[in-house]
Design a protein around this ligand. Structure first.
Ligand code: NAD
Length: 314
């Protein structure tokens, strides 16, 4: 059983992956090369844990326990010494990841499993500089953002690892209340992001075509398909509806759905004008300065409520 892990990079994903492990009793060595990030990351995790407690997801004593399970490191070699599993969450730059995995291959014992949280890079491109022996101990372990609030973990199983090693990683994440998805082929976006962006393409197209307002596109999703999908997957929903009906519907729908290979015109115009969403105060919706903090907090609290609700479906 894996009980001690290293998380590399304490940014958006790394701090949140460390939070998830530590709040479920796993010892975490958190490596971060930037002093300022290292000095503030425990306060960030503490604030997130306080929100969990306020929403009744964790007991209050889990805040200190979580922080005690995290040790910070500024030195990579020290950070990965005597851990059983390493997951990196450094920026999405191929050369940086290749260099990191080359070092990890040298610093880590032969049984240590190395994982990347990459969103878009291919496993074998990132592992170009590791030894042949290590290639049986490498994988993608892709979390969704924020990793301490979204249950999914996508785990690559591309034929290079033993069943036993894969199972030890799967079990680690299950212990941390994650829902593992086994991905069998090295494709862009693995499974979840492919599903997400297929749906996003149609949502943005509906706006481009003036078929509904941004508010109504989001309402249609939240109170329609996504409402069902929060508890029941797409394939099971299709089975419930009847495949004969779905088959007939898809024969009519598919020729009429967006099949664009470029991002939407509305999205393009917003990005060109510097409207990147909440971080600039405007995206599809407006976020005046005074509500930005509370908008993010509400988003997080809604996710915690959903996590609590989904515990009963396990
Ligand atoms: N942000 C997301 O929504 C998201 C979701 C899933 C996966 N990912 C993936 O997670 C990884 C990290 O993304 P992020 O959004 O957390 O990035 P980020 O920029 O927020 O964090 C990266 C962290 O790594 C640190 N860092 C930079 N160079 C480093 C180095 N050489 N060694 C060690 N640490 C270094 C930075 O200081 C920073 O704290 C990427 O591979 C990304 O594709 C991101």
């Amino acid at each position: 059983m894996i009980t001690k892990v290293a998380v590399l990079g304490a940014g958006t994903m790394g701090h949140s992956i460390a939070n998830n492990f530590a709040s479920h009793g796993v010892d975490v060595h958190l490596y971060e090369s930037f002093d300022q990030v290292r000095e503030t990351v425990k306060d960030r995790i503490k604030a997130e844990m306080e929100m969990f407690v306020e929403e009744g997801y964790f007991e209050v004593d889990n805040i200190q326990k979580t922080l005690d399970h995290i040790t910070l490191f500024a030195d990579l070699e020290e950070a990965v010494r005597d851990v059983e599993f390493v997951i990196e969450a450094v920026p999405e730059i191929l050369d940086l990841k290749q260099e990191l995995f080359e070092k990890l291959d040298q610093y880590c014992g032969e049984n240590v499993i190395l994982a990347s949280n990459t969103s878009s890079l291919k496993l074998w491109d990132m592992m170009a500089r590791v030894s042949e022996e290590r290639k049986t101990k490498v994988m993608i372990a892709h979390c969704y953002n924020p990793a301490h609030l979204i249950p999914i973990i996508e785990l690559s199983y591309f034929g290079n690892m033993s069943e036993e090693d894969f199972e030890s990683v799967r079990e680690l994440f299950v212990r941390c209340e994650k829902a593992p998805v086994k991905v069998l082929k090295d494709v862009t976006g693995m499974v979840a992001n492919r599903l997400l962006h297929a749906q996003a393409r149609e949502a943005f197209y509906l706006i481009d075509q003036g078929i509904a307002s941004a508010e109504d596109v989001d309402r249609a999703l939240m109170y329609g398909p996504a409402f069902r999908n929060a508890t029941t997957g797409m394939l099971e929903v299709a089975d419930m509806g009847g495949l004969d009906i779905w088959y007939a519907a898809e024969s009519n729908f598919f020729p009429n759905l967006c099949a664009e290979t470029k991002p939407s015109e509305t999205m393009h115009a917003l990005v060109e004008e510097g409207h990147y969403g909440i971080k600039t105060g405007k995206g599809f919706f407006d976020y005046p300065e005074e509500i930005r903090g509370s908008a993010v907090e509400k988003f997080y609290r809604r996710l915690i409520v959903q996590m609590k609700a989904s515990r009963q479906f396990k």
